[in-house]
Ligand binder design. Structure first.
Ligand SMILES: [Zn+2]
Length: 361
């Protein structure tokens, strides 16, 4: 067997064959979030031969990620690498025949449509409902399949959202014309869980639970990309690997007054995100995005500016500064586009004043 036969075992499957393999090779998947769910999905889609994978993740690797985010290594954490770039490096070593694009940015209404423009499918690797609703807006507006998944503690859920297409709403993706229409995420969760809901940071997460959910999510993505519509599980699946419970719910019909799929009012996509700041749930950190995100930071210059106030280091992807105790001891991570994560506070005005004082774009 040579490299050309690398998909042989997958092509033996009746639902895939050489035609399915060709569909995969001509597909583009957008993976938003490269944590436990997204890194597993990315690896499985890379090995399966999806032709182009677009990775988006705003975070850098931390030691607490390695317990479940199986794509990454200790060296990635030591180098302070952004997840998107570390993932691209590992995925390219796994399969050098496909194209992988890495974006270490926040996924917002400002960039969502351009990042998703060429995607045939949207894969949920996020950890919050704001970004999920943004993905849901994108999916419905552009008739792109979106595979929702979430995992926390020892349980998780998967639900494929197939917005379908109509004459007035043709699919943008050249390869996908869903002949199934499911409810959208906002039909299922009209009142999304609030920030007080359980998160991986507050209640923990079991590695095998999240990899199981990501595997099911990726399987649904492969079915969609190979047009195996009758095989797609359009029920809401829920598993708890610790209590050995699994449930499958028939989703309700789409809501007549759903703001997204019925009224086509894409609230999340239509809300500008500039000068945006947000608490990062459960992490005692605030993210600040530069108001002018076309600015590219000169890390050497910024490094020199921080030198008297902080222990500072930088690489091509980010600059980290641990402020001296006299400056509050905050830990800053700054990205080339001016985005910063300020650790050590969940108070937005404090974070903004630190940003203004030391970065001040
Ligand atoms: Zn809906």
């Amino acid at each position: 067997m040579t490299q050309e036969n690398r998909y042989h075992r997958q092509q033996l499957l009746p639902g895939i064959g050489s035609a399915g393999q060709s569909l995969l090779a001509n597909s583009t998947a957008l993976i938003v979030g490269c944590g436990a769910l997204g890194s597993v999905s990315a690896e499985l889609l890379t090995r399966a031969g999806v032709g182009r994978i677009i990775l988006v993740d705003r975070d850098i690797l931390e030691w607490t990620n390695l317990q479940r985010q199986i794509l990454y290594t200790e060296d990635d954490v030591i180098q302070n690498l952004p997840k998107a770039h570390a993932a691209k490096t590992h995925l390219t070593r796994i399969n050098s025949t496909i194209q992988i694009d890495a974006h270490a940015v926040d996924f917002t209404s400002d960039n969502a449509e351009s990042l998703a423009a060429s995607a045939d499918i949207l894969i949920d690797g996020t950890d919050n409902f704001t970004t999920r609703f943004l993905l849901n807006d994108l999916a419905v507006k552009h008739s792109k399949p979106y595979i929702y998944a979430g995992a926390v503690g020892t349980r998780g859920m998967v639900f494929p959202i197939l917005p379908g297409a109509s004459q007035s709403n043709p699919p943008v993706s050249p390869h996908i014309t869903a002949n199934v229409t499911t409810p959208c995420l906002r039909c299922l969760f009209p009142d999304p869980p609030t920030q007080n809901t359980d998160t991986c940071d507050t209640v923990g997460v079991l590695g095998p639970a999240v990899t199981t959910i990501a595997s099911i999510q990726t399987t649904e993505a492969i079915k969609v990309l190979t047009h195996n519509w009758s095989a797609v599980n359009c029920n809401l699946l829920e598993f708890d690997l610790w209590t050995n419970q699994s449930r499958s719910f028939s989703p309700p019909p789409p809501l007549d007054d759903c703001p997204c799929c019925a009224l086509r009012n894409f609230e999340l996509l239509n809300t500008p995100s500039n000068t945006y700041s947000a608490r990062m749930c459960g992490r005692n950190a605030v993210q600040i995005c530069a108001s002018n995100n076309t600015t590219q930071i000169d890390f050497t210059q910024l490094h020199n500016r921080f030198a008297q106030h902080a222990a500072v280091n930088h690489n091509d992807h980010l600059l980290r500064a641990q402020l001296n105790p006299a400056e509050g001891g905050y830990d800053l991570t700054i990205f080339p586009d001016g985005r910063a994560i300020i650790h050590g506070t969940d108070h937005i005005p404090t974070a903004k004043s630190i940003y203004a004082k030391f970065i001040g774009l």
